[in-house]
Each structure stands twice: as C-alpha cells, then as structure tokens.
Design a protein around this ligand. Structure first.
Ligand code: GH3
Ligand code: MG
Ligand code: MG
Ligand code: MG
Ligand code: MG
Length: 308
C-alpha cells in the first residue's frame, strides 16, 4: 500500500459499525439513528459479535452489557485479547449509570459509555467522535508502517510481518521464501547524478518491485538504504527465484541511466533468494542471513543477477 493511496486515494468508504444487543428493539433504535451515516452490521449475542468482528472488521462496536451466555464485558475482553480485533473501538451500552461497571468497562479497553434510554443527539455525537478518532489513529498507524521516501512498507513493518508469516508457515509446514535486493553501484549513482536523483531512482525502483510482486500475501519492504526485501509465504525456491528474476529484469527495463555503473548503462539490482520450511529449531533471522549470503554471492559474481 502506498502513502498516496491513504492520503489522496479514492473517497473513503463509509465506516462500519456493529450493533450488539440481545433485544431487537434496541438494535432497531440504533440502526434507525445511524444507518444514513455508516454501514451497519448487527449481532444478537456475544458469540455472533466476536464472529462478526473477525469477518467484518468494524471500526466501532456498540456493545450491550447485559446479554445471556457471553455478556458485553466478556466480548470486549475477548476482542482486546485478539490481535485481529484489538484495534476495534468499543462503546458500551448500559441500562443505567453504574460507576463500578463503567470503571470495569474502561479497564477492559472501552472508549466510551452510552446509557439507555438512548438519547439520539448525544448518541450520534459520541459515535461521530469515536469514528473520527478511530480514522485518525488508523491513518497514523498505517503511515508509521510505511517508508516515507518510497511509500512501500518500512523496516518496522517488516519486523512485525516476518514473525507472523513465519509462525503461520510453521503451523502449516509451508515454505517461506525471502528475496533480498540491493541496487548495484548506487553510491556512484548518487555521486554522478546527485542525491535528489538518487531519491527519485529509489522511488521508481520501489514502485517497480511492488508492482512485480503482486500475490495478495506477498510482502515488500524497504530494508534499509538502497536495499529492499520481499517475503513470499507458501513459495518454494523455484518460485521465489522466478519472482526475483522478474524483479531484476524489470529494473533494467526501467532504463534509468547510470553511466558510472560497472555492469550496465542502466540502473540494475542484485537479488539473493533463500527458502526455509520453518520448524521450532530454525529462526526467521536464519532466513535473512541465508538470503543475505546469496545476495553477497550475486554481487561477487557480477551483479544484475539472482542467486538462490
Ligand atoms: P553495491 O553494488 O556493492 O551494492 O554498491 P553500492 O554503491 O550500491 O553499495 P554501498 O552500500 O557502498 O552504497 C549504498 C549507497 O546507497 C550509499 C548511499 O549514499 C546510498 N543511499 C542509501 N540510502 C539512500 C537514500 O535514501 N537516498 C539516496 N539518494 N541514496 C541513498
Ligand atoms: Mg441486553
Ligand atoms: Mg547496500
Ligand atoms: Mg553495500
Ligand atoms: Mg548497493
């Protein structure tokens, strides 16, 4: 995802709100009140609510406290304990003011309380406030995970994604492939054309890598300076090497002049590829080291090539 797509991109979709209440009449009141401004989803019990949160990823949940089986507190605790749902904002709907209950709710991670009977104006205002806060924090979080220069994922993002992918492929006994990429003779590119041109080149190269690696679960990040990294889950060495070769070829085809390069008249990139099926005895760092070793060899054997 590129920064521009967040900041300048298509008009934002309507925010999603999940209404959870065991009494239909309450859901109807809230639905009536909010349907014009938001996409509304509904759940009649706690289990259904958790299920919907995982499937729909609402921005906000309006959560009734008093429900049979799984009450609102249990649902909130569950949502806040699961990385998939912990960022969803929760507003509790409670029958009447009860200080102990409110304290408990806030401790569980709720952002606000609304009391029955529902006051339409106040409820709308509270929901609007929370939706605004949620959108702002979502935007900040996504920007914090993107590289400011190139718009691809940054190193912090990579460090969050790698262990998750690793664990998942360990569970499924699937290979993880890593491609490490490093632009050839980039120091002399900067020396020849200047740092601003160097930055522009990095942006073009990043965009090209991003466009070349396009399966939904593949991940591209700026690893540092003029280095990029791809994580390809469920991909073996043959597949990974193929993708790496496509990247290397696509960078040459950009035809960015590089008169001081010792391998080509255009900017080129070298790639190291490694594949591991994760087990308890192998760490994700070993995959980085293995890919780095291959990258070193690709440099040594002439650059503008893939080694894996
Ligand atoms: P090699 O083919 O061995 O990789 O040679 P190289 O010159 O690319 O390698 P080296 O690591 O010596 O140089 C990397 C250069 O990348 C040095 C630095 O000036 C440049 N660089 C790193 N980050 C940036 C950046 O954000 N912008 C610009 N313009 N240049 C950068
Ligand atoms: Mg109830
Ligand atoms: Mg380098
Ligand atoms: Mg270097
Ligand atoms: Mg380099």
């Amino acid at each position: 995802m590129f920064i521009d797509e967040y900041v300048l991109g298509a008009p934002p979709e309507k925010c999603k709100i999940l209404l959870v209440d065991d009494q239909v009449v309450n859901i109807k009141i809230l639905h009536q009140l909010l349907q014009d401004d938001y996409d509304i989803y509904m759940a009649r019990d706690g289990h259904q609510a958790i299920d919907m949160c995982n499937k729909v990823k609402p921005d906000l949940v309006l959560l009734d406290i008093e429900m049979p089986v799984l009450n609102g507190f249990d649902v909130c605790a569950h949502l806040k304990n699961d990385p998939n749902t912990q960022d969803i904002a929760v507003i509790f709907i409670s029958g009447h003011f009860d200080e102990d209950k409110e304290v408990k709710g806030f401790k569980l991670g709720a952002v606000d309380f609304i009391h029955k009977p529902i006051n339409p104006v106040i409820t709308k205002a509270r929901v609007k406030n929370q939706i605004k806060l949620k959108s702002q924090s979502d935007l900040l979080r996504s920007i914090a995970l993107l590289d400011g220069l190139t718009g691809v994922a940054n190193r912090r993002n990579f460090e969050q994604v790698l262990p998750v992918t690793w664990l998942q492929c360990c569970r499924e006994q699937q290979p993880v492939t890593m491609i490490l990429l490093d632009i050839d003779f980039f120091k002399s590119f900067n020396d020849t054309y200047g740092h601003t041109e160097g930055d522009a080149c990095l942006r073009q190269v990043a965009q090209k890598i991003h466009d070349t690696v396009n399966r939904p679960y593949d991940f591209v990040a700026r690893f540092g300076g003029e280095e990029f990294v791809c994580i390809l889950p469920n991909t073996d060495l043959v597949g990974g090497t193929y993708v790496a070769q496509q990247i290397v070829d696509s960078i040459v085809s950009l035809k960015i002049a590089h008169e001081s390069s010792q391998v080509s008249s255009y900017v080129t990139i070298s790639a190291g590829v490694a594949t591991i099926v994760p087990t308890r005895d192998v760490t994700a760092n070993m995959l980085i080291e293995a890919a780095d070793k291959q990258l070193y060899l690709a440099k040594k054997r002439g650059r503008n090539r893939v080694l894996g």
